[in-house]
Design a binder for this molecule. Structure first.
Ligand code: G6P
Length: 385
């Protein structure tokens, strides 16, 4: 086992640090370089800039579809939330996300024109598998986004994409999460390949994907010690609240899941738009708060949330996960713990802002003397309902 871990004390830390490479592997042969060019009249020539071999044969079926439904559990569910907005933006189709267990409970109506995407690291999760069987019965087009080659979900779906992230052994998912997000983003790029109106936006996302592994590496190098120090401060707390919205809503859900499943500290990820609908009552000077503030379309609304949280006394316990160069955050440098990640395009920012949360949950767990790779009562793959 120690040989497989290499120089790392735990699989989780190894897998966190593998992300620059696992993201590269997910993109290899799929996110193509030098794919667009401008001709003399400056009109954009549309050439393939992405290629997903597993679904390219079915593109005409996707064109006929009227909505896309993502189905998943746990961390995989959060990756769907993270990538939903860009899928909606680029395909202009309604996109819904279902927890596999709830989807099965409701036997929700499905049509032959629906595309159902099943996202699963292991490809064996019982609820996701049952939801897939139900979707097949309804004759929807089924797509797998799976890491484990040859797994049940990979075999049963009509078509799909492998994450190619490499084996993930730690129970808490890390590198599969970031690969799932970018796989769904590439999927959205593939589905909007011939949409002229989307070419400028597509190129922005395409170029940001290629730059992402290096930024993940920088984030890991810059923030590991910082998150370790924050973990020391938070280790004896009984509760932590995470707030975010827009592209960062998924980050606060996933960050909260990582912290609670590993450190056993009660942690909640809450949509910042819900602050006044209850959670604000929990905020006092003792409640540690982590707020995700990115330079995107939600920035002003997040600033409002920040002021409301600060006014309730959450100052000494406030951690802001922001982006480098955000002048709006300078005013908070002395009042809160600022954790800055590099800036990228809005829809990929969540890949960078989850890194400090992965590191924080890891260091909290080590500081509390708990089992990082095998938290109590949990399994890597939940194969029973
Ligand atoms: C378990 C694992 C999680 C995972 C979830 C869904 O709860 O501990 O890490 O996110 O199952 O698993 P899947 O293999 O379908 O992604």
């Amino acid at each position: 086992e120690q040989i497989m871990k290499g120089s790392y004390p735990h699989f989780m830390l190894k897998e966190i640090y593998e992300q620059p490479e696992s993201l590269l592997q997910t993109m290899r042969g799929r996110v193509l370089i030098n794919s667009q060019s401008e001709n003399k009249t400056n009109a954009l020539q549309i050439k393939s800039d992405v290629h997903l071999g597993g679904i390219s044969q079915r593109l005409s079926d996707f064109k006929r579809s009227s909505r896309i439904i993502f189905v998943a559990c746990g961390t995989s569910f959060h990756s769907c939330i993270a990538a939903r907005q860009v899928m909606e933006e680029l395909t202009e189709l309604p996109v819904t996300i279902e927890l596999a267990s709830d989807f099965i409970d409701r036997r929700t109506p499905l049509f032959r024109s629906d595309v159902c995407v099943f996202v699963s690291q292991s490809g064996e999760t019982a609820d996701t598998l049952e939801a897939l069987r139900y979707a097949k019965k309804c004759q929807a087009l089924t797509v797998g986004v799976v890491n484990v080659v040859g797994s049940s979900i990979a075999r049963i779906t009509d078509c799909g994409v492998h994450l190619n992230a490499g084996a993930e052994i730690g129970v808490a998912s890390t590198k599969a999460y970031t690969s799932q997000i970018i796989t769904i983003v590439i999927f959205a790029l593939q589905l909007s390949l011939d949409s002229r109106s989307k070419q400028v936006r597509r190129k922005e996302i395409h170029d940001a994907l290629l730059a992402l592994p290096a930024l993940v590496k920088k984030t890991l190098t810059d923030l590991d010690e910082h998150m370790k120090a924050i973990a020391q401060r938070l280790r004896d707390n009984t509760s932590i609240l995470l707030f975010g919205r827009g592209y960062q809503y998924a980050t606060c859900l996933e960050g909260a899941l990582k912290i609670k499943e590993l450190s056993y500290i009660h942690t909640e990820g809450i949509h910042a738009g819900e602050l006044k609908h209850g959670p604000l009552a929990l905020i006092d000077e003792n409640m540690p708060v982590i707020l995700f503030a990115s330079q995107d379309a939600c920035a002003n609304k997040v600033q409002n949330a920040l002021h409301q949280l600060m006014a309730r006394g959450g100052i000494s316990n406030m951690i802001i996960i922001g982006t480098e160069g955000d002048s709006n955050l300078e005013a908070f440098r002395d009042k809160a713990q600022l954790v800055l990640v590099p800036q990228t395009v809005d829809c990929l920012q969540c890949v960078l802002s989850i890194i400090p949360m992965q590191l924080l949950s890891y260091h909290l767990t080590v500081a509390r003397g708990l089992n990082v790779d095998q938290p109590r009562s949990l399994a890597k793959s939940v194969t029973v309902e």
